[in-house]
Design a protein around this ligand. Structure first.
Ligand SMILES: CC(C)(COP(=O)(O)OP(=O)(O)OC[C@H]1O[C@@H](n2cnc3c(N)ncnc32)[C@H](O)[C@@H]1OP(=O)(O)O)[C@@H](O)C(=O)NCCC(=O)NCCS
Length: 219
């Protein structure tokens, strides 16, 4: 049974601990530097500080389970600097992965996600429950997809992008992939139809109708 530690004792950490257990891994501990959590148990798993962890189990691989992409990148940088072993990822057995698809180290891919062909998932990406990712999608390092995100083919995501629950992306084309810039935030339920500039937050647009085409159409 492989042993791992999980950085983060919040919702993402607790869910990841449950998934790791479900995947047959032994979760040694949750790592969290909050004073009030040190020495407690959460859902039966001991919580210890990073310094304590590195002192007692320096070789146990650590999965970073923090939902916020920027915070996750900062923590991964700190863990690397302190010599932690980050050579592990978690891909639930129910995940379907097509051919010619790469998944970077440190990634967490949650149950019932489907990733089809010619996809690249960056390092330390976090793809939550029941997402679908179509052909020719590139997902940069440290991106977070929350539950039920659906991406049609040929979309390029930069780094550290946060996508809210149930957002959808229409497909790009091979000559013009749909592009989502670094550090963008896509709100829950948004249908993304155009490129998203880096660092912008996209909210669900109010429905609008256009005339013609028979039945009323709403976009
Ligand atoms: C986009 C988002 C990040 C914005 O968060 P925020 O900056 O804190 O914004 P606020 O909640 O203050 O909302 C600002 C305004 O935008 C509206 N808004 C927020 N999210 C929206 C969305 N997804 N679609 C449409 N409108 C939205 C709010 O109603 C509010 O409108 P008002 O000023 O008229 O009241 C957030 O609303 C969101 O969608 N987060 C995703 C949550 C999620 O999926 N979590 C998964 C956890 S596993």
């Amino acid at each position: 049974m492989s042993e791992i530690a999980i950085f983060g004792a919040g919702g993402a950490g607790r869910e990841t601990a449950w998934l790791a257990d479900h995947c047959g891994m032994k979760v040694a501990c949750l790592i969290d530097d909050s004073r009030e959590l040190e020495g407690t148990r959460i859902n039966g798993v001991p919580v210890i500080s990073l310094n304590h962890f590195l002192a007692i189990s320096p070789n146990v691989p650590v999965l970073c389970a923090i939902g916020n992409p920027q915070a996750r990148e900062r923590v991964v940088g700190k863990l690397l600097k302190q010599g932690a072993n980050l050579n592990c990822s978690l891909i639930h057995p129910s995940v379907l992965i097509g051919s010619h698809t790469e998944i970077g180290r440190g990634a967490i891919i949650c149950p019932h996600t489907i990733i089809t062909v010619n996809v690249r998932i960056g390092a330390f990406a976090y793809v939550n429950l029941s997402c679908t990712i179509g052909h020719d999608v590139e997902l940069g390092d440290f991106c977070t997809f929350t539950p039920g995100v659906h991406v049609s083919g040929t979309v390029r995501f930069g780094r550290r992008i946060f996508v809210g629950t149930g957002a959808t992306f229409i497909n790009g084309t091979s000559t013009k992939p749909l592009s989502v810039g670094d550090d963008a935030v896509v709100g829950a339920g948004v249908c993304v139809r155009r490129d998203v500039r880096p660092g912008t937050t996209l909210l669900d647009a109010a429905p609008r109708s256009i005339a013609g085409g028979g039945a009323d159409r709403e976009f």
